[in-house]
Ligand binder design. Structure first.
Ligand code: ADP
Length: 166
């Protein structure tokens, strides 16, 4: 059985992430979507548990996908899970340098682990979790950026945050 991991911060998940996860699920027997906990990054808009919950609600239609969270090295986590690949989405040249560095580091730490890059869908090239947050903070429509099942929850959270940070 071939298992792949789709790691990320997913703060929050967007339709760009969902597209990559769906495509990975067609290529591998099992896909573990893993919310990576990064202590160096400032606090996100959503807690790690909330991100997992949002991912679960957005992916009820895919049978071979599991959602988890992890704090630590991806290369070690992949060994623990028996995963042979990490699947990442590539949007533009700007993603490439960082992703290439990550892929080479993971290969060094776990030579059995391959990194597979899927090109972003042309319509999602511009999309990131940060874009979703920025647009929503200024009252813009994010319904085409995030899964319909979780859109209202994302809007509510971002509005709450705006209220308390004023
Ligand atoms: P973000 O850059 O949105 O904060 P994450 O760290 O959560 O992203 O990203 C996890 C993975 O999803 C990365 O491989 C990233 O390149 C990919 N990804 C993010 N947004 C998109 C998108 N719009 N289309 C394709 N892949 C994406």
């Amino acid at each position: 059985m071939k298992t792949a991991i789709c790691p990320g911060s997913f703060d929050p998940v967007t339709i760009g992430h969902i597209d990559i996860i769906h495509r990975a699920a067609k290529l591998f027997d099992k896909v573990i979507v893993c919310v990576m906990i990064n202590r160096n990054k400032s606090n996100g808009y959503f807690t790690v548990e909330e991100r997992v919950e949002l991912l679960k609600r957005s992916l009820t239609d895919v049978e071979n996908v599991e959602i988890e969270m992890h704090c630590g090295l991806l290369a070690e986590y992949a060994k623990e899970k028996g995963a042979c690949a990490v699947v990442k989405g590539l949007r533009a040249v700007s993603d490439f340098e960082y992703e290439f560095q990550q892929a080479l580091t993971n290969k060094k730490l776990n030579p059995e682990l391959e990194t597979v890059f899927l090109t972003a869908n042309a319509e999602n090239m511009y999309l990131s979790s940060s874009v979703v947050k920025q647009v929503c903070e200024f009252g813009g429509d994010i319904s085409e950026f995030v899964p319909a099942e979780i859109c209202e929850d994302i809007i509510r959270r971002i509005k709450e945050r705006n209220r308390f940070s004023k």
